[in-house]
Design a protein around this ligand. Structure first.
Ligand code: AMP
Ligand code: ZN
Length: 466
């Protein structure tokens, strides 16, 4: 029996689907204005693990993931330009071309990461009519109001607001100094529909004139359309808890008058060098960035499996080196078991299976399940063990029975002393708080085809593959 942590109730609960063996599940997908980064993929690896555990337990999943190709503004609130529009302007393409390009790139990376995709991918721009109907309904029921730049949800009318994140808006309003949009009834009221300025490329006709949907209404309209008014699971990253998912609950429950989702499940963030990933720090790595540095997507998948999904995970290249080496060792050991002839007591095998299943069903404790795998490979070389290992790989998805690629198995060549000397120079500059010099030395290292990354012990140096 699967136990899973529900953000809504703040405790681990037994998972019981609404319709017996069928699980209806919605996962917030990417906004396709740019390449998804490895942080985003940590969240999709988590969704994949949840799907794999549900399937292992015998459930049949009806899973939906959205592709946001309009309406996600630069802030998760209602301010800033539409991310799609901005990217289109910068790249001198249409938002549709941008969406198509980055959706393809997303799916390529998903495949490389061996992520089991939801049964259906749904695009926001294919569902504008559903969203308009939804907003009309909210307006009819008295939860929506119109102001000069759009239609907004009136949070004060919905008494359950804040139940997911525990936010107390009254306290938040009292303690904040944010400038309030004077026309909005309340500062946290959010846009259901935005009226489009003339230069906004993506716009549709609606009862409120030309415009485009708010980001939150997209997920509400598409989840209800495909999964019904009341479904089992909704997933996303933790950043979605206080705004996006809180707003989805408000919209859904205002619209239907009933609870919409039984289990809200969120995964924690990936940090890089213990900080936030950002474009300006150039640390928002993509899967192909990792590949260029000599790692495979599955090395990264393995890296993710080593942390529980509700714990922050700190990405370092040193950690990736560890993951890569461990995965090669693991595969070598699995290959040896494949042809092993030793006999194993069936009770021993059953005990391993029991231990493994207990771990995955205890709030997806994948690190603990990996511990079982490491015990299995140390067993006598046996084809029976091999079969149990393959069974565990239904969850891990590491393709443990695939042959090791030659380049993955070879050790990295030693770093030239010239590069090590520069890295030492940079370390000294940092210790002296001369960050300008440290940056300059880092650039020199990069020009020579290496990358230096800070670690707990000091730094690590990696060759950048071309
Ligand atoms: P977005 O494309 O911005 O809507 O984000 C897609 C998914 O990635 C969402 O579920 C986010 O919660 C998640 N996400 C964004 N940044 C990170 C991160 N650093 N670590 C883990 N998940 C993330
Ligand atoms: Zn969403």
């Amino acid at each position: 029996m699967l136990k899973i942590y529900n953000t809504l109730t703040r405790r681990k609960e037994e998972f019981v689907p609404i319709d017996g063996e069928g699980v209806r599940m919605y996962s917030c997908g990417p906004t396709v204005y740019s390449y998804a980064h490895i942080g985003n993929f940590r969240t999709y690896v988590f969704t994949d693990l949840l799907r794999r555990v549900l399937k292992y337990d015998g459930f049949k999943i009806n899973g939906i993931m959205n592709i946001t190709d309009v309406g996600h503004l630069l802030s998760d609130g209602d301010t800033g330009e539409d991310k799609m529009q901005k990217s289109a302007r910068e790249q001198n393409k249409s938002p549709y071309e941008i969406a198509e390009f980055y959706t393809k790139a997303f799916l390529t990376d998903i495949e490389k990461l061996n992520i089991d995709m939801p049964e259906r991918l749904v695009k926001a721009t294919d569902h504008i009519a559903d969203m308009i109907e939804y907003v009309k309904e909210l307006e009819k029921k008295g939860y929506a109001y119109e102001i000069s730049d759009g239609i907004y949800f009136d949070i004060a009318k919905f008494s359950g607001y804040g139940k997911l994140s525990g936010v107390n808006l009254d306290e938040q309003i009292a303690g904040s100094r944010v400038e309030v949009n004077s026309e909005k009834h309340g500062p946290y009221d959010f846009a259901l529909w935005k009226k489009a300025e003339k230069e906004h490329i993506m716009q549709w006709d609606s009862p409120w004139g030309m415009g485009y949907p708010g980001w939150h209404i997209e997920c509400s309209a598409m989840s209800i359309k495909y999964l019904g008014r009341h479904f089992d699971i909704h997933t996303g990253g933790v950043d979605h808890v206080p705004i996006h998912h809180e707003n989805e609950i408000a919209q859904n429950e205002a619209m239907t008058g009933e609870k919409s989702v039984n289990y809200w499940i969120h995964s924690e963030f990936l940090l890089v060098d213990n900080g936030k990933m950002s474009k300006s720090l150039k640390n928002n790595y993509t899967v192909s960035d990792l590949e260029q540095r000599g790692y495979t997507a599955l090395d990264y998948r393995f890296f993710c499996l080593n942390a529980h999904y509700r714990k922050k995970l700190n990405f370092t290249f040193e950690g990736m080196d560890g993951a890569k080496t461990a995965l090669v060792r693991l595969k070598k050991a699995v290959a040896e078991h494949k042809n092993g002839t030793e006999k194993i007591d069936s009770e021993v095998l059953t005990e391993y299976k029991r231990e493994f299943e207990k771990a995955i069903n205890d709030d997806l404790n994948i690190p603990l399940a990996l511990g079982v795998l490491f015990k299995l490979i140390k067993e006598k070389k046996s084809a029976e063990i091999y079969r149990v290992i393959l069974d565990t790989d239904r969850i891990f998805g590491l393709k443990l029975d695939e042959e090791i690629q030659e380049d993955a198995a070879t050790e990295a060549p030693p770093v030239p002393t010239e590069i090590t000397a520069l890295a030492e120079e940079r370390k000294a500059a940092k210790a002296a708080k001369d960050y300008a010099k440290a940056d300059e030395v880092r650039k020199r290292i990069e020009e020579k085809g290496y990358r230096v990354a800070d670690t707990k012990e000091g730094y690590s140096i990696l060759k950048v593959e071309n």
